[in-house]
Design a protein around this ligand. Sequence first.
Ligand SMILES: Cc1cc2nc3c(=O)[nH]c(=O)nc-3n(C[C@H](O)[C@H](O)[C@H](O)COP(=O)(O)O)c2cc1C
Length: 414
Amino acid sequence: MDDLTAKKELEQMPSGINPNFESLHKVFPSSAYLRAHAPKNVPRFSFEYGDTGAGADVGIQHNWAAFDAIKVVPRYGAITTVPPTEVELFGTRYAAPIGIAPMGGPSLVWPGADLIMAKAAQRARVPYTLGVAGGASIEEVAKVAPDVFWLQLYRFYQNDHAIGFDLIKRATAAGVKALALTIDVPVRTTRTRESYAGLGREFQPNLRMMYEMAIRPKWLLALLRNGYPRFATIRQYTRAGASTNEVIGFARKNMGGVFSWEEVARYRDRWKGPMLVKGILHPADAEKAVSLGIEGVWVSNHGGRQIEALTPSIDVLPAIVSAVGQKATVVLDSGIRSGQDVMRALALGAKAAFAGKSFLWAVGALGDAGPGHLIDLYIDELRSSLGQIGARSLDEARDAVIRHPGAWRFDRND
Ligand SMILES: Cc1cc2nc3c(=O)[nH]c(=O)nc-3n(C[C@H](O)[C@H](O)[C@H](O)COP(=O)(O)O)c2cc1C
């Protein structure tokens, strides 16, 4: 997209809840309906890629069950208005404490998904996090989502982090609002649904996958309009004209492992804006990150996509908030499926909650209109949930009387 078209699109973008919300709500009244509908438009292998967890999905089930188990006792008699949802994160004001988590390859689920999500976030004024392995480039996202743009980095360790440090320069030039270093992908994982659907180490559509694409006209149209997954942020570090598989191979060779704390400190030094470490589940790791000058702790188990045995992030949230909540902004993802879940996360001390998979369900079900509708749904549900428990503000959610059976207590020996 050229600069002028991007600028025009930005100027014409309406803000606030979509005027079509009520009519979309009749057909898609919750994220579950988006998930149920997405496979009708999305080829099976693509849906499986976006929807699956590690192994047999037990981690995802645990994430969902952990949220469902959290119960609140409401207080009545004080509410006069619908609670406002605006929040300040790292010096920027957003319309709600709800964001889009970084994803690699969302454009495999729906061609063009990265930019569709970025535009929806800009319209709604909520954080959008571009995954470094996503389909769009840093520069493209800066054009369509300048006010809400967060970036996630993996560890590009070759040549003493030359690519990682160059990405920081590009992020600075692009005006990225916050940078997240992901630390929870130490090694590759296996996702059985993904493998069974035909996705291997390389992207090589077999006959069945081609048939699945051929019978999904809306998806094909998006492919025609937006093209194949391009890994646009990292593509420029490979040879000009490299194929998608070459870029994937390049990423595999150059990227991987966990940032050591020494490396986190070096990145912290180079990036002048707010920085988060994403994938923290132990309060001691949160304390270590904060001791290095990290302003944000992103509590996450990667949406259950790495290993089934990890604790749900919501179950370690209170311990992490109690360890670092006074010194750092704690945000959370993994298992968010409603504004009610967002309310639970806020009640347990998160400043904001992010979602990944459900935004892929949304774009799969509704194309361009999906992510915006999901943001509207989450905000609407959050307002209603706050009102229901008697909270007049986001902060008051923290006063909720809450039972959290899965909460971890980290004793000295843990
Ligand atoms: C398809 C997909 C790709 C993802 N890729 C990345 C990634 O490249 N970097 C990252 O930090 N997290 C990645 N994640 C994890 C998300 O950022 C987030 O932690 C997770 O999706 C939140 O859980 P939820 O899906 O239950 O909302 C990915 C998630 C999905 C669904």
